[in-house]
Write a protein that binds this ligand. Structure first.
Ligand code: 3HC
Length: 697
């Protein structure tokens, strides 16, 4: 029998045990093992069989790394058929997470018991897939069409208690006594001579369903999951469960699953799944480094960023000391935090008691001395080197010697900040994205002297507050903003060369981006970049041979800072915030080109997409070459979680691999020929293009 599945007995009950760490995925050897174990169970003179898993979880799904590769061993349906068709009761004993193919396996058992801490769900949609081993046909038969539709199209994890209430779990057993509980349950079922409850035979919850629920679900998915194919296929499958006999529904599920698993969206989303997990790994981290315990945190600055950062800690029960310089600013910051929580409570996202619990975890202060005992301080003050240096000098004096000092800078040199302290090994950058309580991404900026312990602790903190951390090196703008600088510059160059704002934005929006570069600039606030450029003495101090576009500066001079002033590259409706074209700006752009002696030309949407995407990709290649990012997939994670690139594109570097690096490089060279001041082809891109390589090999 396969090494990952074993068969044994506990008296008159057969026990099939899966042991495939870390998450008991249904790899081909597990499917093989299960098929053999259930054949043995069938032949054995037991009265029932329990399916249970070793380790931290029940089967957490198909083995995602096997998709897209030639398959071997029995397929899912053969294996699960062997379980469902066993002529004596089979009981799934669930702990940890029964997800995807794991829940589908449990649904083929005749009964399911679980410990209260377990969770179940069909999260395939997050991988660009649908539950392809009968989940779309069986789950609605147990919990009803509407509940299953919601769970499958959103990929929700459902707690065991709720799953019990919904009929998915038959019995909850005491925590820590799963095996005994499941065996007792199985014996009881067999002793009572209870019928084998095959979910496929249940029909009452899928007949007579109002067909309009599917149109409503489709409209919602098109809006909230714009461009994603998997949610629509999920809906079609649940619809099939309600309109077709079981076997035909299964056939439909298979067709729609195959369409997804062979498509580009799922390949990209699976890439992001593994990329996200790889991002937490630091190549040179010694195995014996242990993160420090972070029990309390200090945040300096109660503005939008500081307040959002503080909320992250309060959300997971970590006490925060929130420091401001003036009472009015502190009160304002606290009021904003409270307002955010109360809005969530109003929408049903938390109770009023939880609002108060979280607020109670935030201790406001005007006194640096209150930071003396915290384990980690994150500074979120104004983005200016001198201001940051003053803060860090002070912090170094008041914080306890082993406290970590982090800067929420988005561009500044972390090494220069660290140099004003006596503990540069304890200094690190934590670049949160706005709004910091919502955005999943955290760029963790490793300085030249940041210790492994500080880095490991920051990664652990990042996981504790449910963020996705990516370790990056020190350079102007780190990974995300350094690349976006090239991207926004191209957008502005295209304006002066012949495009209007919507002609720049719409093609990447159509590609799937949450918004185009100019809409994004309007949202972020044009004054931010303007101040940075002024601080650098631009355009007067522009290095020779560099290109500069003055359009954004002109907008700021007109007081058009973007959405917050109701106007930027576009005009914004005061009530709806909807973007509108603005003839005044379109005129300004045309005049600007005339002044600079540029003959405007029509720029095709394909060229717009190429210039925007390839400017990101080329800069990403430089970043990899310089070791600022550890791996191409880290850049992809940053763009998916921080810059609104849909996971179905897999991020800019994965996108480049799909296009073909030879094609990308050839176009970059053409652009560089036409505009050598703004395009500098990256040697790594050239090397990979010439060798037929990929960024994500
Ligand atoms: N296949 C292959 N590897 C998997 C995996 C899977 N289904 N699930 C997790 N892993 C790997 C991870 O890549 C990671 O590997 P690493 O240590 O080398 O980086 C390791 O297992 C641990 O995973 P996490 O770091 O995510 O561990 P957590 O404890 O934080 O989370 C989990 C555990 C909740 C199970 C989470 O891993 C998860 O959500 N996994 C995916 C679940 C899923 O999507 N299942 C459906 C798969 S598709 C399917 O079943 C199709 C079917 O319908 C036919």
């Amino acid at each position: 029998m396969s090494h990952s599945v074993s068969y044994g007995r506990d008296g008159d009950v057969g026990i099939v045990t899966v042991n495939n760490p870390p998450v008991n995925a249904l790899s081909s050897h597990v499917r093989q093992g299960l098929t053999e174990a259930f054949a043995q169970a069938a032949a054995d003179d037991t009265i029932a069989t329990v399916l249970i898993c070793e380790g931290r979880t029940f089967i957490a799904g198909a083995d995602i790394s096997e998709f897209g590769k030639p398959s071997s061993g029995p397929n899912f349906l053969e294996t699960l058929g062997a379980i469902e068709n066993l002529p004596k009761p089979v009981v799934a004993a669930i702990h940890g997470t029964a997800l995807g193919g794991g829940l589908e396996t449990a649904l083929c058992c005749h009964y399911r018991v679980a410990v209260p801490s377990a969770r179940v769900g069909l999260p395939e949609v997050h991988l660009g897939l649908l539950p392809g081993a009968g989940g779309t046909q069986r789950l609605p038969r147990l919990m009803g069409a509407q509940a299953a539709l919601d769970a499958i199209t959103n990929g929700t994890h459902i707690g065991a208690k709720a799953a019990h209430a919904q009929g998915v779990i038959d019995e909850l057993v005491e925590e820590g006594r799963l095996r005994e509980g499941a065996i007792a349950f199985a014996r009881n079922i067999a002793a009572r001579g209870a019928p084998l409850k095959r979910v496929r035979d249940l029909n009452d919850k899928v007949s007579g369903v109002d067909p309009r629920i599917f149109d409503v679900a489709r409209a919602a998915a098109r809006k909230s999951k714009r461009g994603f194919q998997a949610p629509l296929n999920c809906i079609a499958c649940v619809e099939a469960a309600c309109t077709l006999p079981f076997d035909e529904g299964m056939k439909r599920e298979r067709e729609l699953f195959n369409e997804l698993v062979t498509g580009s969206q799922s390949a990209a989303q699976r890439h992001i799944f593994f990329a996200e997990r790889a991002a937490a790994k630091v190549d040179d981290m010694p195995a014996d480094v242990k993160p420090l315990a972070i029990r309390t945190v200090g945040v300096i600055g109660a503005g939008t960023m500081g307040g959002g950062i503080a909320m992250n800690f309060a959300n997971v029960g970590i006490p925060v000391v929130l420091l401001e310089m003036e009472k009015a600013a502190l009160d304002r910051g606290l009021a904003v935090i409270r307002g955010n929580y109360e809005r969530t409570a109003k929408r049903g996202g938390m109770s009023i008691e939880q609002v108060e619990q979280r607020m109670a975890l935030i201790t406001p202060t005007l006194d640096y001395a209150a930071l003396a005992t915290v384990d980690l301080v994150i500074e979120a003050v104004y983005e200016n080197m001198e201001v940051k240096k003053t803060v860090f000098t002070k912090l170094d004096q008041v914080a306890k010697p082993d406290a970590i000092l982090a800067s929420n800078t988005s561009t500044l040199d972390v090494d220069e900040i660290a140099a004003v302290t006596k503990r540069p090994h304890k200094v690190i950058g934590t670049h949160f994205f706005s709004p910091a309580n919502v955005m999943k991404l955290l760029e963790i900026v490793r300085g030249a002297k940041t210790s492994h312990e500080t880095l490991a602790t920051t990664l652990a903190v990042c996981k504790a507050i449910n963020k996705i951390g990516v370790v990056v090196g020190v350079c102007d703008g780190f990974v995300g903003n350094r690349m976006v600088h090239r991207y926004i510059s191209q957008a502005n160059y295209m304006l002066e060369e012949g495009a209007l704002p919507h002609e720049v934005d719409d093609p990447v929006y159509e590609l799937g981006f949450a918004m185009g570069p100019l809409t994004m600039s309007d949202l972020a606030g044009l004054d931010v970049g303007w101040r940075i450029r002024q601080g650098k003495g631009l355009p007067e101090k522009l290095p020779p041979g560099e290109r500069y576009c003055e359009i954004a500066d002109s907008l700021c001079e007109l007081g058009r800072y973007g959405q917050k002033t109701g106007a930027g590259y576009y005009r914004y409706d005061a009530a709806t915030r909807e973007r509108q074209r603005d003839p005044e700006i379109e005129k300004l752009i045309v005049e600007h080109a005339k002044t600079k002696g540029i003959t405007r030309r029509a720029i095709a949407p394909t060229e717009v997409v190429e210039r925007l995407m390839y400017s990101l990709i080329n800069e990403g290649a430089w970043i990899l070459e310089e070791g600022i990012a550890q791996r191409a997939s880290d850049i992809d994670v940053i763009y998916v979680y921080g810059y609104g690139v849909p996971s179905y594109l897999g991020g800019p570097m994965f996108y480049a691999d799909q296009v073909g690096l030879d094609k990308v490089y050839a176009r970059v060279c053409e652009f560089a020929k036409a505009d050598p001041a703004s395009w500098h082809p990256a040697p790594l891109l050239k090397k990979l293009a010439e060798s037929g390589g990929k960024f994500n090999a």
